[in-house]
Write a protein that binds this ligand. Structure first.
Ligand SMILES: [Cu+2]
Length: 341
C-alpha cells in the first residue's frame, strides 16, 4: 500500500515537470526567422524577425529593429530607440478581423528591439505592415506571413500530463473510498509537488548568480567534470576569453583537442549569442545570467566565433578566432601566455 502511494506521488511529480518546461519555452525573444533585412521604411530602415518558424495561431513573436540609413563610418545605420512602432496584421481570408498593435521596446529582453507576442486568430496568409514614426518622420514597410495550426506535438505532453493527473486523481479517489488514509496521502503529495516545482524552477530558470551556482553541481553531474573551464565574456562588440586556473585572458580562444571543455558564457551589456557554426553551437548570452555549455572539439584547426544576436551597430564585426590544437601545444601556449602577463 505504501509503495502504491509513493508511485502515485512520483508519477504526479513527473506530470508537473513537462508543464513547467512548457512555461519556459513560451518565453521567446529577439531574433528568429528574418522577414525583412534593412528594408526601407521612409526615413528609416527596419529589420523584422518572427518566431517560431512557421508561425502558429498559438504562438507568434515579432522583433523589429529600427535603424537610420547607413551612418557615416559604420557598416549599418544607427539604432533608432525612441520611435513609435505599430504592427498591423491583415488576414487575406475573408471575414477575419485585422489587428493593430503598438510594439514597445520595453517589451524586449534585448533593449535594442521592439518586440511583441501576438495571438493570431486564424491560419493562412496575413499581410503585415510595420509603421514607424519618430523625429525623422514616418515610414512603412510590409511583408506577408503564413500562419499554421500549432503542431500537435506541442500539446501532447501537456494533454498527456493532464490526462495522467486526472487518471491518478480518479485512482486516488477510488482508493480513498476503499478506506485509503487521505491524511497521509495529501501531505506527502503536497511535499513532493512543492519540492519538484521548486527544483524544476531552479534548474530551468537559474538566472541569478546564486541560482547558477546552485545548479552547477547538477550540470556537472549531467555533463561530467570538465577537463578545462574557459570564461567567455561578450561585450559590444568583442569577445574575451579567460582561463581561470591561470588568470590568462586573450582575444582568441585556444582549445585542446579531445578534452571536455566547459565554456561559461557571460555578457557585460546586452544579449549576445555565442555561435560557432562548425561546432553546431549557438547559445544566447543574457546579461546577469551566466550560461554553461560543453564542447569537446575533435579536429584541430581554426574556426570562428560569431555573434548571432543583433547586439548593436557593429554586431557583424563581433568575431574571434578559435584554434583547436593538441593538448601538448595547448599547455605550451598557456604557459607562454602566463609568462607574457
Ligand atoms: Cu554580440
Amino acid at each position: 500500500m505504501a509503495l502504491r502511494k509513493i508511485m502515485l506521488v512520483f508519477f504526479l511529480a513527473l506530470a508537473v515537470i513537462p508543464w513547467l518546461g512548457q512555461a519556459k519555452l513560451a518565453k521567446a525573444h529577439g531574433g528568429g526567422y528574418p522577414q525583412l533585412t534593412n528594408a526601407e521604411a521612409g526615413p528609416y530602415r527596419v529589420s523584422v524577425w518572427t518566431q517560431p518558424q512557421p508561425l502558429t495561431t498559438d504562438q507568434a513573436h515579432f522583433s523589429v529593429a529600427v535603424f537610420t540609413p547607413l551612418a557615416e563610418g559604420f557598416n549599418t545605420g544607427l539604432p533608432v530607440l525612441d520611435a513609435d512602432v505599430e504592427l498591423i496584421l491583415i488576414p487575406r481570408n475573408n471575414g477575419a478581423a485585422g489587428l493593430v498593435l503598438p510594439i514597445r521596446r520595453t517589451n524586449s529582453v534585448n533593449k535594442l528591439y521592439y518586440e511583441t507576442d501576438v495571438q493570431l486568430p486564424t491560419t493562412g496568409h496575413w499581410d503585415v505592415e510595420i509603421n514607424v514614426s519618430g523625429d525623422a518622420g514616418t515610414g512603412r514597410a510590409s511583408f506577408s506571413i503564413d500562419v499554421q495550426s500549432p503542431p500537435i506535438k506541442n500539446y501532447w505532453v501537456l494533454w498527456g500530463s493532464v490526462a495522467f493527473v486526472a487518471m491518478v486523481a480518479l485512482w486516488g479517489a477510488r482508493s480513498f473510498h476503499r478506506g485509503g488514509d487521505l491524511r497521509r496521502i495529501v501531505p506527502a503529495l503536497a511535499i513532493v509537488v512543492v519540492v519538484t516545482a521548486i527544483g524544476v524552477t531552479i534548474i530551468t530558470r537559474a538566472t541569478t548568480p546564486a541560482a547558477q551556482a546552485a545548479t552547477r553541481p547538477w550540470f556537472w553531474f549531467m555533463a561530467g567534470r570538465p577537463d578545462l573551464v574557459v570564461e567567455v565574456s561578450a561585450s559590444q562588440w568583442q569577445w574575451a576569453f579567460t582561463y581561470p586556473d591561470t588568470g590568462v585572458t586573450t582575444t582568441e580562444l585556444m582549445l585542446p583537442a579531445g578534452r571536455n571543455i566547459e565554456l561559461k558564457l557571460t555578457s557585460t551589456d546586452v544579449i549576445h549569442s555565442f555561435g560557432v557554426p562548425e561546432f553546431q553551437l549557438s547559445q544566447d548570452i543574457v546579461p546577469g545570467s551566466p550560461t554553461l555549455v560543453r564542447v569537446t572539439p575533435t579536429q584541430t584547426g581554426s574556426y570562428k566565433v560569431i555573434c548571432e544576436a543583433f547586439c548593436g551597430v557593429d554586431y557583424q564585426d563581433m568575431l574571434a578566432e578559435i584554434n583547436v590544437v593538441s593538448p601538448a601545444d595547448f599547455e605550451n601556449w598557456l604557459s607562454q601566455q602566463k609568462q607574457n602577463d
